[in-house]
Structure formats: structure tokens, C-alpha cells
Ligand binder design. Structure first.
Ligand SMILES: NC(=O)C1=CN([C@@H]2O[C@H](COP(=O)(O)OP(=O)(O)OC[C@H]3O[C@@H](n4cnc5c(N)ncnc54)[C@H](OP(=O)(O)O)[C@@H]3O)[C@@H](O)[C@H]2O)C=CC1
Ligand SMILES: O=C(CO)[C@H](O)[C@H](O)COP(=O)(O)O
Length: 470
């Protein structure tokens, strides 16, 4: 048996695993990697920074023998069966006290099951969200671990070393019990879906409505990124407009088919929100719009039957300002809905998620990092138990001044045939959430009429039933 000399092992050396491991090596940890694709394993060492200690091995047994005890082994493999396969492969090799980390986008219920399964075998299991994509994993991701309170302090110094830093503080924290880390990452992705959907709607109106070129749209998004919309997603959107296509010399964005892919985290966010009754319509709509985008052939047929082409908007500068405000409110509402889901799911599923830490950890490294997260950190600093950040006065002030512009954008989109479903949903959500009397009294009357479901009254407590029409 070889002398254990390595600090950390990684299984899965694809986009995320390879980069995360090289980041660990850059931070002076001695690391070892394995992938079932032997080409990825052999490519690992040659991509390491000179002077760092990185080893690729051909079997898990070699990795296990070379790791110091307790072993710290992370996997970044696709969610689902591959995670269970890796666990089964590891079980005959590891020993009680060893730590396995799943850093992929696993469904939180799978993580709960795995925590229990491995607990019985005295193996620590940490479900951990990682965000930042390829570049983030290499230079500093946002890291969202949860679960095992005994194992976390053991890996904490390593995670703090590789995480993104904001003002010198690492973007990692223990985010709650059991599967909380994966729950937080799931909702992070739901928010990501919503913000991305909104940017597509703004793009459509800038491009088709105002006739802006890619260069002009680059400038709009770059300007926005220099102001109160500063965020990774606005920044990369600005970049995307400049990218040339190698094959045609057109801009690449114009050559990409309008069919969105999805790996599932957005849908899971919506499913869980429905399960526990938390309204997150902007995230739901973003999932729905990806589904509509996938119906390309049907859309082409339908457009020949129904669709008048979108009309141009006359006034340019004013409308760009209105679009800015619509995007700002949309981004804020995407977070508000996701954060409310986290707050309520934390209670429902007893995860003890520290909300102030969540928004702090999201400030750097992750796909949804933005300057708004600084504002939310202050909101949770004032009241960590707040159920929805819209109930905070500072947030209300930020939002109300821009609301008229969102209304203008939504009404122009509707009148001119733009499918701005995300922005429309944002506006309806605000109007409903801030309404002290919804028309739901009529709905309750209908339920009682046909099903004797009873209703409550405005003037008296209790449940009532009426023999309607008698
Ligand atoms: N890409 C991204 O931006 C992000 C991804 N994630 C999540 O991280 C995880 C990994 O993603 P990503 O790196 O993009 O995926 P990749 O497909 O690029 O890499 C996964 C690697 O794991 C290997 N693998 C699969 N099963 C096993 C196994 N049983 N033993 C050893 N190796 C195995 C795969 O090999 P093979 O190809 O031969 O199957 C592949 O090389 C996923 O859960 C993903 O959702 C999270 C944040 C961002
Ligand atoms: O986790 C991520 C970013 O945070 C991954 O990039 C994920 O794949 C994005 O989700 P989808 O593929 O469904 O768009």
C-alpha cells in the first residue's frame, strides 16, 4: 500500500470537477482525481499549474490508498444514478469517518436518502451546491454545503480557500441541515432561470421592437451592468452580443436555434414550491417558456396560422430606460420569490437555512451574483425572519419608483404582440402580492356553491356555508 499523502480526491473530471480540483491544487492542497473516462484522467495532470501537486489515477482503489485519513472525497458527476453508482463503488473502499461530498446538482430528496443510507454506515455525506460554471470552479465558485455538522468543520478550511471572495470573505457557509445545501442550490438555479428568461424578453424588444443592432445591444447591457443592474448575467449578456460565429462571420447569437435546454433544477424548484404552496410564478413561467421554446416545429406551424409580426416601437431612448426599470424590477422579484421559497421550505422541511448567509454566499462566484445581493444582505441583517423581502421598506422604495415603467413595458409588449410572459408575470405578481383585497371572495363563493367547501367572512370569525340560490 502507498503512503497516504494527498489531501483531497475528486471523482468526475468533467467541466466542474477538473476545474474545482485544479483550483484546490492552486491553493496548495495535494489533490488526486479519477474519472471513468480515462482520457479525462490522463489530461488532468497536464492542465495543472506548474509546481502544484495533482495526480490522476486509473482506479478508485488507487485514490483511496493515497488519501490521508479521514478521506475527503468529492464527486462532480451528473445528478441521479451516477451519484448512486459512485457511492456504491466507494463503499467497499472507504472506512467509518471518511467524508463524501456530492457537489453536483442533485435533487434534495436524493440527498436526504443518501445522508440516511451513509449515516448507517458511519460515512459522512455532505450535499453541496457549487455555482460559477467552468470559470468559477477554476478561480472561485460560490459554495453551498449543508448537512453533516461533524464533517463540515473538517472540510471548511479547504472550501474557504477555493471559494470566491467578496471583500476578502469566502463565499461559502454551512447552509443548514441534511439536504439544505442542495435545496439552496436548486432555488439558486430557479432564480437563474427567471432572470435569464427576463433578459430574453428585453432582448426581443430591444432587437425587434427598437431595431437595435448587436453592437447597440452590447452597449445597452454593458451600461446597465455599470449601474444598479450590475450582475454576472447582465455582464455575460453584453459579451454575448459581440461574439462572432467562426462558421459564417455573423454574430453567433443570431445563429443559435431558439430551443432552450434544461437539466431539471428550475422544474424541481417549481415542483417543490407547488408542493408547499409558495407562489414563485416568475420561476414557473421561466420553466414554461423553456418548454414552449422546445416546441419549435409546432411554433413554426402556429405562427403561419396566427401570428402577426411584432410591431416596432417608435420612441427609442425613453423605451430603453423603461426596459431598464422593467429588468431591474424583474430581477428583484426573481430573488424575492426564490428567497421566500427558501424561507418557507426551511420551516416546512426543517432545514434551518440561515437566510443572511445564503445571500452573503451568493454575492460572489455564482451565476446569480449581483449588486442587489448587498441590498438583500442588509434586509436580512435588519430582520432575518422576514417572509418576503418585498415587506422591507428599502426594497419597497427601490421598487415603487420604477413600477410605472414596468407597466408601460408590459402594456406595449401586450399591444404589439411580444411574448413578454416573464415581465407580465412579474407585474401581476406585484399587483396581487401588494393587494389588500383580491377577488378571491368570488372564488370562495363558487367553491361553496358547488361543493359546500365553506368560506370565511370579513365581519365574523368561523367557517360558513350557504344554500346558494335558495
Ligand atoms: N457545468 C456547469 O456549469 C455546472 C454543473 N453543475 C453540476 O455539476 C455536476 C457535474 O457537471 P459537469 O462537470 O458539467 O458534467 P460533465 O458531464 O462535464 O462531467 C461529469 C464527469 O463525470 C464522469 N462520470 C460519470 N459517472 C462517473 C462515475 N460513475 N465514475 C467516475 N466518473 C464518472 C463523466 O464521465 P463520462 O462523460 O464518461 O460519463 C464526466 O467526465 C452535475 O451535477 C451538474 O449539474 C453545477 C454547477 C455548474
Ligand atoms: O447549475 C448550473 C448553473 O448554476 C448549471 O449550469 C446548470 O446546468 C444550469 O441549469 P440548466 O442546464 O437547466 O439551464
Amino acid at each position: 500500500m502507498s503512503t497516504p499523502q494527498f489531501n483531497f480526491g475528486m471523482i468526475g473530471l468533467g467541466v466542474m470537477g477538473r476545474n474545482f480540483l485544479l483550483n484546490m491544487a492552486d491553493n496548495k492542497f495535494k489533490v488526486i482525481g479519477f474519472d471513468k473516462d480515462s482520457q479525462k484522467t490522463s489530461a488532468l495532470e497536464s492542465s495543472a499549474t506548474p509546481g502544484t501537486t495533482v495526480k490522476g489515477v486509473g482506479t478508485l482503489k488507487e485514490m483511496i490508498d493515497l488519501l490521508e485519513i479521514p478521506r475527503k472525497i468529492m464527486m462532480l458527476v451528473p445528478a441521479g444514478k451516477p451519484v448512486d453508482d459512485v457511492i456504491e463503488d466507494l463503499l467497499p473502499l472507504v472506512q467509518p469517518g471518511d467524508i463524501i461530498i456530492d457537489g453536483g446538482n442533485s435533487h434534495y430528496t436524493d440527498t436526504l436518502r443518501r445522508v440516511k443510507y451513509l449515516e448507517d454506515k458511519k460515512i459522512h455525506f455532505i450535499g453541496m451546491g457549487v455555482s460559477g460554471g467552468e470559470q468559477g470552479a477554476r478561480t472561485g465558485p460560490s459554495i453551498m454545503p449543508g448537512g453533516d455538522p461533524v464533517a463540515y468543520p473538517v472540510v471548511k478550511p479547504m472550501l474557504e480557500a477555493v471559494a470566491a471572495k467578496v471583500n476578502g470573505v469566502p463565499c461559502v457557509a454551512h447552509l443548514g441541515r441534511d439536504a439544505a445545501g442542495h435545496y439552496v442550490k436548486m432555488v439558486h438555479n430557479g432564480i437563474e432561470y427567471s432572470i435569464m428568461q427576463l433578459t430574453t424578453e428585453i432582448y426581443e424588444m430591444l432587437h425587434k421592437g427598437l431595431g437595435l443592432t448587436n453592437d447597440e445591444m452590447h452597449k445597452v447591457f454593458a451600461d446597465w451592468n455599470a449601474g444598479d443592474l450590475q450582475s454576472f448575467l447582465i455582464e455575460i449578456t453584453a459579451d454575448i452580443f459581440l461574439q462572432k460565429d467562426d462558421k459564417t462571420n455573423n454574430r453567433l447569437v443570431d445563429m443559435i436555434l431558439d430551443k432552450a435546454g434544461a437539466k431539471g433544477t428550475g422544474k424541481w424548484t417549481s415542483q417543490d414550491a407547488m408542493e408547499i404552496g409558495v407562489p414563485i410564478p416568475s420561476i414557473d413561467m421561466a420553466v414554461t417558456m423553456r418548454n414552449i421554446s422546445a416546441l419549435k416545429e409546432e411554433r413554426v406551424q402556429a405562427s403561419a396560422l396566427y401570428k402577426p409580426s411584432e410591431k416596432a416601437f417608435p420612441e427609442k431612448e425613453d423605451f430603453i430606460k423603461q426596459l431598464h426599470d422593467a429588468m431591474f424590477i424583474g430581477m428583484l422579484i426573481s430573488y424575492a420569490q426564490g428567497l421566500e421559497l427558501l424561507t418557507k421550505a426551511s420551516n416546512e422541511w426543517k432545514m434551518e437555512i440561515p437566510m443572511k448567509e445564503v445571500v452573503r454566499v451568493w454575492r460572489g462566484g455564482c451565476i446569480i451574483r449581483s449588486s442587489l445581493l448587498e441590498v438583500f444582505t442588509s434586509v436580512y441583517g435588519r430582520n432575518e425572519k422576514i417572509s418576503n423581502i418585498l415587506l422591507d421598506k428599502e426594497i419597497a422604495n427601490l421598487l415603487t419608483g420604477k413600477l410605472a415603467n414596468l407597466r408601460n413595458v408590459v402594456s406595449k409588449a401586450a399591444l404589439n404582440g411580444y411574448a413578454a410572459s416573464g415581465l407580465m408575470t412579474v407585474l401581476s405578481y406585484i399587483d396581487a402580492y401588494t393587494s389588500d383585497r383580491l377577488p378571491t371572495n368570488l372564488l370562495q363563493a363558487q367553491r361553496d356553491y358547488f361543493g359546500a367547501h365553506t368560506y370565511e367572512r370579513v365581519d365574523e370569525p368561523g367557517k360558513f356555508h350557504t344554500e346558494w340560490g335558495k
